[in-house]
Design a protein around this ligand. Structure first.
Ligand SMILES: [Zn+2]
Ligand SMILES: [Zn+2]
Length: 380
């Protein structure tokens, strides 16, 4: 009989998740089998846990969740070309087709045939996960411990939306201080923004925004019912001017309205947070007459964003440790989801193998030289 493993699964079309014993997967010819050292919980997992309208349309149970992870390769398919057993890796969660217009023009993150780990195919909240070699990303174990390495996938979202424009010397406002908004604050500081204002309603998140280096954090609740007041307060904090660049990371309709009102004439608004329904905007007053640049962004550039992420995290430019609220075992998944849904946590990291390294004969490789970096030796 095949060896078994434990996995966090959506078994039925209803709220909640189960920890199940299932057969350990075997890699196909172009796949690798990864022993999962750390995986992290995301808003997407929360939607699936809740079994909301989106997940009812998208998810086909039974399914193992989890798309943010890192671990050690313990087996490779016969057609795998560069990865070897012992490599310490993460993965791009979007498995793209490689053949469509988007894939062939450097926009694979918009591939219409994308399969997302833990959404459309078996995920990483398990002792092991199988992924195609083409999505793996080599990590440096000495510089990136598992609980940080797993955060590269969501952190990449913030890197993509934030580093899409030059922020050096600019005043920036980050609306929404969930994990992506908090990552964004750190990135804005790292790339030399002049001032980084932030806004959120949760005291816990406001505290973390300050820890990540926000210049000043505003709570819309202090300014209700008139949301004009928060706009005035931010403009005042910015020396009487509208903000150069607004990054809208919450998806809340009121925050989207604030974004367009608080940005200066000729400024930039980046829309990244996802509203759950259509939002009304005064296009004439708040966009055209302000001569705005408005960008609607989604995902990460594969793999451009990963290289920038590597610089920021392996290079020690940004410390994500304050954003890890808790590490848990697989069995604690439902409590952790409840904690996330209350807004009492930022990132929760699950250790499917109790934080123990993989048992590999001959020990683990410290790091495979990345054949994609010019000048690095190709190891075989
Ligand atoms: Zn995610
Ligand atoms: Zn494609």
């Amino acid at each position: 009989m095949a060896e078994s493993m434990f996995a966090v699964r959506k078994l039925k079309a209803e709220r909640g998740l189960s920890v199940c014993e299932i057969p350990r997967p075997t890699p196909g010819p172009e796949d690798v089998l990864v022993y999962v050292e750390a995986a992290s919980l995301c808003g997407t997992d929360l939607h699936i846990w809740n079994w909301d309208e989106w997940s009812q349309r998208r998810i086909k149970p039974p399914l193992t969740l989890g798309h943010e992870f890192c671990g050690t390769i313990v087996a490779v398919g016969e057609k795998v070309r560069t990865a070897v057993v012992g490599d310490y890796v993460s993965a791009e969660s979007h498995v793209t087709c490689g053949m469509c217009y988007q894939c062939r023009t450097g926009q694979a993150h918009m591939c219409p045939h994308t399969q997302i780990l833990g959404v459309d195919r078996e995920g990483a909240f398990a002792n092991y996960v199988v992924v195609p070699e083409k999505v793996i990303w080599q990590n440096n174990r000495a510089k990136l411990p598992p609980e940080i390495a797993t955060l590269q996938e969501p952190f990449g979202n913030a890197v993509f939306s934030t580093m899409n424009q030059d922020l050096s010397g600019q005043s920036v406002l980050v609306l929404g201080c969930g994990p992506i908004g908090l990552f964004t604050i750190g990135i804005c500081k790292a790339v030399g923004a002049k001032a980084v204002f932030a806004s959120d309603v949760h005291p816990f998140r406001i505290q973390l925004a300050t820890k990540m280096g926000a210049t000043q954090v505003f709570n819309p609740k202090d300014h209700s019912p008139s949301d004009g007041e928060i706009v005035d307060a931010i403009v005042q904090a910015n020396g009487g001017y509208g903000v150069d660049v607004v990054l809208e990371m919450s998806g809340a309709p009121s925050a989207i309205t604030t974004a367009f009102r608080v940005v200066r004439n000729g400024g930039t608004v980046i829309l990244f947070g996802i509203p759950s329904k259509p939002v009304e905007i005064d296009v004439a007053e708040n966009m055209i007459f302000k001569n705005l640049t408005v960008l609607a962004l989604n995902g990460r550039r594969i793999f451009d964003t990963w290289y920038k992420t590597r610089w920021l995290l392996e290079g020690g430019v940004i410390n994500l440790r304050p954003l890890i609220t808790k590490t848990i075992e697989l069995e604690e998944i439902n409590d952790a989801m409840a904690m996330l849904s209350r807004g009492d946590a930022c990132k929760i990291v699950v250790l499917p193998n109790h934080g123990r390294p993989a048992d590999i004969p001959g020990g683990q490789r410290a790091r495979m030289p990345d054949p994609n970096i010019t000048g690095a030796p190709v190891h075989r």
